[in-house]
Design a protein around this ligand. Sequence first.
Ligand SMILES: [Zn+2]
Length: 269
Amino acid sequence: MSGLFDAHCHLDFDAFDEDRAAVLVRAEAAGVREIVIAGVDPDGSARAREVARAALGGVRVRACAGLHPWWVDRLDDDGLDAALARLRDELTGEEAAIGEFGLDAASVSRGGSAARQERALGAQLDLACARGLPAVLHVVRCHDRLLELLRARDVLPRFLLHGWSGPEHLMPHLVALGGWFSFGPRVTRDGHAKLKRSLRWVASEHPGRWLIETDAPDAGLSPGARGEPGDLAAVAAAVAVALCRDEASVGDVTSRNAETFYSDGAAWH
Ligand SMILES: [Zn+2]
């Protein structure tokens, strides 16, 4: 087996400040060979880059840079312009992707601005295209709107719907636009029949378009527990059960897919 690839986590968060090195050792022992850290704001993206640079041992760590919709919702229009300019100016060429960014209706219902989230989405898709980087998207209860906005664009990067839990019927449309899907610790839980159906669909119809992730420290394996990249072994095991496959083949396929997704590449179309 080639090892596991955690396609999305937040190893830079202060939840790991006390024991980040030990977390990486445990991840390696669990079979994780690669980790991509998402960026959520300018300071966080810089920290993610530092954590990636400092990582020792047998796990390759890379970082993305992006503006998460929860963070965008704290800004006014001028603040968003400044943050987007800073995001662009601080790219170093080491980024695995632009992200995470996207649309979050739950955040809008807490007082956020859908219009500002959409502006941030468009600007970061532009940036990903301009740099030939893929994009990592966070989308909560806005998938129809996302599809509308993506279809209205002339050019799109490869994009990953991280922590996929959206409507199954939209998946073929998202695939057609260059979409990939990543599945997290939710697949380890009982129930979630629709999510597991989505997983089976993409794994059989578009076997090159799916990945696995922990989204650590959020979404631990048990309620309230801190997640960590080593949990990916349990995610892979649950995916193997859902697909009636062995864990090694799940590890191989998802690692290869993640490698391809996060490789340098031009915009999709
Ligand atoms: Zn995340």
